[in-house]
Design a protein around this ligand. Sequence first.
Ligand SMILES: [Zn+2]
Length: 98
Amino acid sequence: MQIRFSIETATKLVEAKAIAWPMFDPAQARSLEEQDYTMLLKQVLVIQKQIAKEVAQKEFQLHSKHKIPQEWKNWLSTEQIPFFDGDCKDAPCPACAE
Ligand SMILES: [Zn+2]
């Protein structure tokens, strides 16, 4: 698996997502495939956080074009991954801008 980041700055690595979060919501996932996607997305985000912290020694953030559901916000908080869904102050930010 190749791990990439959407944005890199001097102090942080950002993953920008423009996905339909409900599809990745464990509470709403209907099919096994959707549950697999949810698990895979979580695994990738955790790996990105570890790489940012341990290899790049930068903060990892998740920026989302769409509003992040509360269940995901809870999980991101538990994993200590800062998240923004349209309210970041970065410009230009491909995830939050527009
Ligand atoms: Zn942003």
